[in-house]
Design a protein around this ligand. Structure first.
Ligand code: TXA
Ligand code: MG
Length: 339
C-alpha cells in the first residue's frame, strides 16, 4: 500500500498559543468536532489530532502526513475509564495504567466492538493502541472534546518528530487547520509502547522504547518484557509490527553513529563532557550526561544540525540504559538506509 498523497487540499493553518482562559483549547475542540486536524502538545512530542470516530477526518490525517495507511494510530483519551470503553484490559494492562497514566506510555490492547475508533485508524487490526497523555493542554483538549482523539506525531511521515510548534509548522503548514502552541515538550521522545494482548504463557511485549524506561515497566510487572519481532525493512514486510520501519526520524543529512571524532565538514551531536572540536556546528544533548535532558533535546537538536547544511551529522555514543534505549533507537532509525 502506498501513502495517501492524493488531493491534500491547501488549508489556512492557524497558530494559537495555549492560554490560561482555555480559548485555544475550546477552538481546537470545535475544529476536531467539525472533522478538522489539530496539532497539539503532549508531554512527549506534538501530536496531529483528528476525531477517532470520523473516518473522513482520519483519512485526511493520513493524507496530511503522507502516512502509509497500514500504519495504525494511537487513540488518546482523558482517563482510564475512557480507555476501558475502547479496549479490553488484562491484569498487566491494569497494573501499567495505574503506574504510568497519565504519562508517556501507550498500551496495545484488544479492541472492543463499538469502540468508536474508526477501522482506518487502527488499520483494520483487532487491537487498538491507547494512551492517556499527561500534558495539561492535551488533557484539557481531550476533556473538552469528550471522545477519543487519534494523534500520530505531527510531522510528515518518516521525518523527525516535532517537539515545538515551529517544527509542526515547518512540516505541515497548509495541511492542518490549527496548531496549538504549548511550548517545548518535556519528554522529547514518543511514548513507550507495550502490547498487552493475552497470549498464554507470554508476558507483555515491548514494541517501542520511549518516554518510560523499560526498567521501570519491568519493575511494575515483576517480569521481563518479551521482545518485539524484528523491525520491518520496508512496507512490504511491515505488518507484524506496523510502523516500526527501520528508516524513520530521518533528517536530510546522513547520520554517522558512535562517532569518537569529527571529520571535515561534519556537524556534531554531542553527549556528555569533552566533545571533540572542529565541527561546523555542535549541539550537546546533555553536557552533564543526563539521559532525561538528552531525550528532551534529541529531535530539536537533530533539526537544528540538519539546518546547518552539513552533509553528515556525527553522533557521539549515548548509554543504552533508561531513556537511552529510546534515544539509541531513534538515532539508529535516523541513520538507517532510506527506502
Ligand atoms: O508519544 C507518542 O506516542 C506520540 C504522541 C503524539 O502521543 N504519538 C506517536 O504516534 O508517536 P505515531 O503514530 O507516530 O506512532 C504510533 C506507533 C506506530 O509505530 C504504530 O505502528 C504503533 O504505534 N501502533 C498503533 N496501533 C498499533 C497496534 N494496534 N498494534 C501495534 N502497533 C500499533
Ligand atoms: Mg511518528
Amino acid at each position: 500500500m502506498s501513502p495517501v498523497t492524493s488531493s491534500v487540499a491547501e488549508l489556512q493553518t492557524c497558530l494559537l498559543t495555549a492560554d490560561a482562559e482555555g480559548d485555544a483549547v475550546a477552538r481546537a475542540a470545535r475544529v476536531l468536532a467539525e472533522g478538522g486536524l489539530v496539532a497539539f502538545p503532549t508531554e512527549t512530542v506534538y501530536g496531529l489530532g483528528a476525531d477517532a470516530g470520523n473516518g473522513e477526518a482520519v483519512a485526511r490525517l493520513y493524507a496530511a502526513k503522507e502516512r502509509p495507511v497500514f500504519n495504525p494510530l494511537i487513540a488518546h483519551v482523558a482517563d482510564i475509564d475512557a480507555a476501558r470503553r475502547i479496549a479490553q484490559f488484562n491484569e498487566a494492562a491494569e497494573k501499567l495504567a495505574a503506574a504510568f497514566w497519565p504519562g508517556p506510555l501507550t498500551l496495545v490492547l484488544p479492541r472492543r466492538a463499538g469502540s468508536g475508533v474508526s477501522d482506518l485508524a487502527s488499520a483494520g487490526l483487532n487491537s487498538v493502541a491507547v494512551r492517556v497523555p499527561a500534558h495539561p493542554v492535551a488533557r484539557a483538549l481531550l476533556a473538552a472534546f469528550g471522545r477519543p482523539v487519534v494523534a500520530p506525531s505531527a510531522n510528515r511521515s518518516g521525518r523527525v518528530s516535532p517537539t515545538r510548534a515551529a517544527h509542526v509548522v515547518a512540516d505541515l503548514d497548509g495541511r492542518v487547520d490549527l496548531v496549538v502552541d504549548g511550548g517545548p515538550t518535556r519528554v522529547g521522545v514518543e511514548s513507550s509502547i507495550v502490547s498487552c494482548i493475552d497470549e498464554p504463557g507470554s508476558p507483555p511485549t515491548w514494541l517501542r522504547p520511549g518516554g518510560v524506561a523499560r526498567e521501570a515497566i519491568e519493575r511494575v510487572l515483576g517480569t521481563p518484557l518479551a521482545e518485539r519481532p524484528r523491525p520491518a525493512r520496508s512496507a512490504q514486510d511491515a505488518p507484524l509490527a506496523p510502523g516500526m520501519l527501520e528508516s524513520h526520524y530521518a533528517p536530510r543529512a546522513h547520520l554517522r553513529l558512535d562517532a569518537a571524532d569529527v571529520r571535515p565538514g561534519e556537524a556534531l551531536l554531542a553527549f556528555g563532557p569533552g566533545a571533540p572540536a572542529g565541527a561546523v556546528m555542535t549541539l550537546n544533548l546533555s553536557a552533564r550526561g543526563d539521559l532525561t535532558e538528552a531525550a528532551a533535546n534529541l529531535f530539536s537538536h537533530l533539526r537544528a544540525l540538519d539546518a546547518s547544511g552539513a552533509q553528515t551529522i556525527a553522533a557521539m555514543p549515548v548509554p543504552r540504559t533508561g531513556l537511552g534505549e529510546a534515544i539509541n533507537d531513534r538515532l539508529a532509525r535516523a541513520a538507517a538506509p532510506r527506502p
